[in-house]
Design a protein around this ligand. Structure first.
Ligand SMILES: Nc1ncnc2c1ncn2[C@@H]1O[C@H](COP(=O)(O)OP(=O)(O)OP(=O)(O)O)[C@@H](O)[C@H]1O
Length: 259
């Protein structure tokens, strides 16, 4: 397993949000975490990426323990993410937004920047080239000089994906990447997720409510309900699992449409 969580327990003021969760992502896979609203999916992402500190349990990534590491350390170790709501620097161009994401990788530091050492200049060039390459990969290179917030919403989501890819992750976490996209943008998103895995060798873990997209793109699905991992399996297994249907009862129609 590329990522392995064992018995992760997270609570806030006595409220258990994740309850002894065991969960893994295989290297080279496209995996999805589903579950009703409030099940704990984003909290699980926040725990993996070091934003939340679990009270118990272990997390290993690529063989190394990462639990309780700071978020920037986790990024440097090879886990990148996007957020449920688009988070871009409003006053920056598309290209600058992607370049900003690479600062976790820089080596020369502030002194190098002030003195403009050759190592610093080489690093700046590398950041620029990588950012441009990632923008080309997600298909919005032509828009690199525009203010990020002036882009169509679907393209803003791509800026976030490019920014995450620029950190050269081994694992990419996407929190509800299809939210707010129209039907044709969703088809393009499926294709992009597959290319991220196939062409860049990056494993992908999504949180997603759009079940039609989930069933098409996922190789493995894990289901969280009230902080517990209730089942996992292939899309076919999950669609036919009565525990999953039970967990979703009471949710709105969109979430019930498991087929
Ligand atoms: N920082 C926090 N402090 C207190 N409670 C929190 C915190 N973060 C999450 N929670 C609680 O954890 C529970 C799970 O929330 P979480 O956002 O992880 O669910 P989710 O499955 O991602 O839901 P959704 O699908 O609606 O995004 C909720 O009851 C939420 O209020």
């Amino acid at each position: 397993m590329l990522l392995q969580l064992e018995r992760i327990t997270l609570s806030f003021a006595g409220n258990t949000v994740l309850d002894a969760v065991d969960f893994g992502v295989a290297e080279g896979s496209i995996a999805t975490l589903i579950g009703p609203n409030g099940a704990g999916k984003t909290s699980l992402f926040n725990t993996i990426t070091g934003f939340y500190r679990p009270q118990q349990g272990s997390i290993h990534f690529d063989g190394a323990p990462i639990v309780k590491q700071k978020p920037h350390r986790v990024t440097r170790m090879g886990i990148a993410r996007t957020f449920q709501n688009v988070r871009l620097f409003r006053e920056m161009s598309v290209l600058e937004n992607v370049m900003a994401g690479m600062h976790c990788r820089t080596r020369s530091g502030a002194i190098g920047a002030i003195l403009r050492l050759p190592s610093q200049r080489a690093e700046e060039r590398e950041i620029l080239e990588t950012s441009e390459e990632c923008l080309r990969f997600v298909g919005i290179h032509d828009e690199r000089e525009r203010l990020a917030t002036n882009l169509a919403y679907g393209h803003q989501r791509r800026v976030e994906i490019a920014r995450a890819l620029a950190t050269r992750p081994k694992l990419l976490l996407l929190d509800e990447p299809a939210a707010g996209l129209n039907a044709s943008e969703k088809i393009a998103l499926i294709e992009l997720i597959r290319r991220i895995r196939d062409e860049r060798g990056v494993s992908v873990l999504l949180i997603e409510h759009d079940m039609s997209l989930v069933m098409k793109v996922s190789e493995r699905i894990s289901v969280l309900d009230h902080g517990s991992m209730i089942t996992e399996g292939s899309p076919h297994d999950i669609q036919n699992d009565p525990r999953v249907i039970e967990a979703y009862l009471g949710q709105d129609d969109e979430e019930l449409a498991l087929s």
